[in-house]
Design a protein around this ligand. Structure first.
Ligand code: GDP
Length: 442
């Protein structure tokens, strides 16, 4: 059966639910044109032309819209697709979706449009995963690199390895199947080929750590005793009023976390001021603070530079022994004696914040996102490692001139691992877990 016929027709709101200029409802499947024909005032559709008219329910106008028709297989999903652009706003978008559902579509599941695009071979799995990366990217640099995967950079690298492995496999197989006509390949040839393939995979895996840092980001905790200006610094770095700032010591009791875009995503953590306290809730906050300091990749240690460092400051500094930290003297707008390598800022006036941001970026961004050719995720890295292990086995066997029949088994396993990466060979569970990370409407 043609894969396009196996699917029912799905629909979803593809724009975020909320008030906005435009809302988009997407329909995909064999009934897409039939459904729009029942609820739209114009049914004269042709490729690459949009239609303007009204969505109607019986005699009632629902909204004035633009309809974009895409004819299979020239669409995102590879199926017939209709996109309705209506006025943004929760209710009008929902009304139109309900009308579409009433007329024969089913509500799409998470990522179902992209899943169909993958199943209909409009994109491979690395491209589908790039779609999710772009949607969920926490930094603009991450979105830029993810686009490279969407355009197939990783896919083309994998295709290169597959072509190489395939060439070796066909020569071995020909030698085995037609021993009278085709000589089996020399072992020197196999060894050279396998070494090159391993080096190529290693080159891709070399970027794995950078990819993981770029994906997961790093955490930076702000620590210090109460009232030195930690929450003010937290707000200043984020350019928003997220944490409560008061002159009452011990206000921050919970650990606050927000994402800061420094090229890589930085989870900025505002902690409760550390001091000896008998107050129950504050004590819990202080315990959390100490835990956050342990877990953070870097700590911004803040003290009040308008006063000299006190015993409590030194106690907190001693907790940071062996940790990566930056010492920040706050309240530089007051009377301050500057000395040493400390960075002086005023979280109140903003003085020195840009400088601190630069130092922070240099410390946490050990990778240069603009130099990343593409990203890999842990699933893809795992498949690459499996392929590499198999080729390493094949190399070992070639070195001792093992029967080529046996060598071909490892070579085939390497191919299977790469098939898993691109999605040619994938279990339903893995597929479900990948598309589960998407939003509805994508
Ligand atoms: P935290 O307890 O360490 O989080 O400190 P807060 O951010 O709540 O600030 C404590 C008090 O110090 C508040 O009254 C702030 O307005 C004040 N403060 C914070 N940063 C500065 C600064 O750079 N200069 C001055 N003069 N006051 C500041």
């Amino acid at each position: 059966m043609n894969i396009l016929d196996e699917f029912d027709t799905i629909a979803a709101i593809s724009t975020p639910v909320g008030t906005g200029g435009v809302g988009v409802i997407r329909i995909s499947g064999t009934k897409a044109f039939e459904i729009i024909g029942k609820i739209f005032t114009d049914s004269d559709f042709s490729p690459r032309k949009f239609n303007h008219g009204w969505i109607v329910e019986g005699n009632r106008n629902i909204d004035e819209v633009i309809v974009l028709p895409f004819f299979a297989p020239n669409s995102y999903t590879g199926e017939d697709v209709i996109e309705i652009q209506c006025h943004g706003g929760i209710n009008v978008v929902r009304n139109i979706l309900n009308l579409v559902l009433k007329n024969g579509a089913r509500m799409a599941e998470r990522g179902e449009f992209t899943k169909r695009a993958f199943l209909n071979k409009k994109m491979d799995l690395s491209q589908a995963e790039a779609v999710a990366d772009i949607i969920h990217s926490k930094t603009s640099e991450f979105a830029k690199v993810s686009v490279k995967n969407l355009s197939g950079v990783l896919k083309s690298k994998i295709d290169e390895i597959r072509t190489d492995i395939f060439e070796v496999l066909s020569r071995i197989t020909a030698g085995i199947d037609f021993p009278e006509d085709v000589k089996e390949p020399e072992y020197e040839y196999l060894i050279e080929k396998f070494e090159n393939i391993i080096a190529f995979i290693d080159k891709i895996l070399a970027g794995a750590d950078s990819s993981n840092i770029f994906r997961q980001g790093v955490s930076v905790a702000i620590a210090g005793k109460p009232n030195v200006g930690k929450s003010s610094l937290f707000n200043a770095l984020l350019s928003l009023d997220r944490a409560i700032v008061t002159d009452v010591a011990g206000t921050t009791r919970d650990v606050l976390r927000e994402t800061l875009d420094l090229g890589i995503p930085v989870t900025l953590i505002d902690t409760a001021g550390i001091r000896d306290s008998d107050e129950k809730v504050e004590k819990i906050g202080i315990d959390y603070s100490k835990q956050s300091l342990n877990e953070a990749d870097l700590v911004l240690f803040v003290y009040d530079a308008s006063k000299s460092m006190e015993e409590e400051d030194y106690q907190i500094l001693s907790l940071l022994d062996g940790k990566n930290y930056i010492k920040v003297g706050n309240k530089s707008d007051l009377n301050v004696n500057k000395n040493g390598d400390d960075i002086y800022i005023s979280a109140l006036t903003g003085e020195g914040i840009d400088e601190l941001r630069k130092v922070l970026t240099k410390k946490v961004c050990t990778i240069e996102p603009e130099n990343l050719e593409f990203l890999t995720n842990t699933r893809q890295q795992e498949c690459l490692r499996k392929a590499k292990n198999s080729i390493e086995q094949a190399l070992l066997a070639s070195n001792v001139h093992e029967l080529q029949d046996l060598i071909s088994i490892d070579v085939k396993s390497a191919l299977l691992a790469l098939d898993e990466l691109t999605g040619e060979l994938i279990t339903d569970e893995v597929l479900e877990s990948i598309f589960d990370h998407f939003c509805i409407g994508k």
